[in-house]
Design a protein around this ligand. Structure first.
Ligand code: FCB
Length: 450
């Protein structure tokens, strides 16, 4: 049996997001977010599920921190709901919302758990959406003001900040595919929204430096390594283009202040987007991050676009692979390839895996424990691949399982389960799954037994 020992001080964590777990949708002065609005729009979320109650974490955070302690988590990644702090997106800060995160952060620190805080995990205040949302520049300055307020209040206690979670998903699922809030189907608006999100990120990093805070700041990108479906020249070209659209469209501006030319040319021709104002790219170029957060779930196998289609390429589903309940291919080598590639192409940044995990229905109960062996196996295979990447010199400082507990999985509602802790939504009782106990042992030993 081989064992895989992780570096000393490796940050073992688990992640959640505000709208997916908190509930308390209208409590203590919270304003409406685009996800409140979207989930209450008939037909948008599976079975009409909403985040109104979710895991009721807003009231049960102490119990949840106790479970984190039992798991031995060293860090916990969560997001702050902007509309709890500024119900209308801007204006007067709401003390009720501030107090909640104050309590949460203090209790985490008391438990010896490092908070890693995401400022934006998709819950834009609805009133800013009504002025056009991220398709316009409107939310940029309010976002920076919100960040300033949060830095002022929590900057003494929080050392790890993530500006945005997955701007690619926020922009494209929200504005082009329409399956996420705000539910638009306008590709040009999506490309524009992605740009505005990145500008908001860059301005926030600049502010963070100006405020001289002692922590670290980064951004979380969902990255999907692409592989050609065959050795044909066409498929190889298609895979490169897919990489530009999915990955480099975000990596290049964040690290270099540029957009990849192949994709930029196509967007210009087809969509006349994005409109970039003077200074935007310079701002991005100067916004040096302390670490890159990566969310990795799967790869994409890419072939040339079908004849007659207006798409730039098509994704192919490999037949002989295993898949999670999301129908995402299980491909642990992808995280290794991705990490090594980022090291080489983007000047060897510090990296945190801010999400990785798998949706599976709960397994049968064995010895009184939910036996989610498929999730356990997924996590184990990915952590072994990550260990190999560290061996190849990647500066990987930590890993957060998605998710700490089962929660509201966006358009899938409560059907898809990612937690290492089960939530029974009827009673709100929590049970650590087998994968959770396994993760506890990994953390304790700082090592995986192969
Ligand atoms: C990511 C999201 C996260 C969760 C996982 C499954 O795209 O950041 O909130 O829904 O997918």
């Amino acid at each position: 049996m081989s064992s895989f020992i992780f570096p000393k001080n490796f940050l073992w964590g688990a992640a959640t997001a505000a709208y997916q777990i908190e509930g308390a949708a209208k409590e203590d002065g919270k304003g409406e977010s685009i996800w409140d609005h979207f989930s209450h729009t008939p037909g948008k979320v599976y079975q009409g599920d909403t985040g109104d109650i979710a895991c009721d974490h807003y009231h049960r955070y102490q119990e949840d921190i106790d479970i984190m302690t039992e798991l031995g988590l060293k860090a916990y990644r969560f997001s702050i709901a902007w509309p709890r702090i500024f119900p209308e997106g801007k204006g007067r800060a709401n003390q009720g919302g501030i107090d909640f995160y104050d309590r949460l952060i203090d209790k985490l620190l008391e438990a010896g758990i490092t908070p890693a805080v995401t400022l934006y995990h998709w819950d834009l205040p609805q009133s800013l959406q009504e002025q056009g949302g991220w398709a316009k520049r409107i939310p940029i300055d309010p976002f920076v003001d919100y960040a300033e307020q949060v830095f002022k209040i929590f900057g003494d206690r929080v050392q790890q900040w993530i500006t945005l979670n997955e701007p690619q998903v926020a922009a494209f699922c929200g504005y082009a595919y329409g399956n996420h809030a705000p539910g638009l189907q306008d590709q040009a608006a999506a490309v524009q929204a992605a740009h505005h999100l990145l500008v908001a990120h860059a301005k926030t990093v600049r502010l963070f430096r100006q405020m001289n805070l002692k922590g670290q700041i980064g951004i979380t990108l969902n990255l999907t390594p692409t592989y050609p479906a065959s050795t044909s020249r066409e498929d190889q070209k298609a895979a490169i283009l897919a990489d530009s659209e999915k990955n480099r469209w975000f990596l290049d501006p964040v690290f270099k202040g540029t957009y990849p030319e192949d994709m930029a040319e196509l967007y210009r021709q087809k969509l006349q987007a994005p409109r970039i104002e003077d200074g935007d790219l310079e701002l991005l170029k100067r916004a040096n991050i302390d670490f890159l957060g990566i969310n990795y779930y799967s790869r994409a196998v890419i072939g040339q676009a079908a004849p007659g289609s207006s798409d730039f390429y098509q994704q192919v589903r490999p037949d002989h692979s295993a898949y999670t309940d999301m129908d995402w291919e299980i491909y642990p080598d992808g995280i290794y390839d991705l990490l090594v590639r980022i090291k080489h192409d983007y000047d060897d940044p510090h990296i945190l895996i801010t999400e990785n995990g798998a949706a599976f229905q709960d397994g049968i109960i064995q010895n009184g424990i939910i036996a989610d062996d498929d999730r356990l196996d997924y996590l184990k295979q990915h952590l072994i691949a990550i260990h190999k990447a560290i061996g190849a010199g990647v500066r990987l400082d930590g890993y957060f399982v998605w998710s700490f507990m089962d929660n509201f999985e966006w358009a899938y509602g409560y059907t898809e389960k990612f937690g290492i802790v089960q939530v029974d939504y009827r009673t709100q009782s929590r049970s650590i799954k087998k994968s959770g106990y396994w993760y506890r042992d990994v953390i304790q030993n700082n090592c995986i037994q192969g």
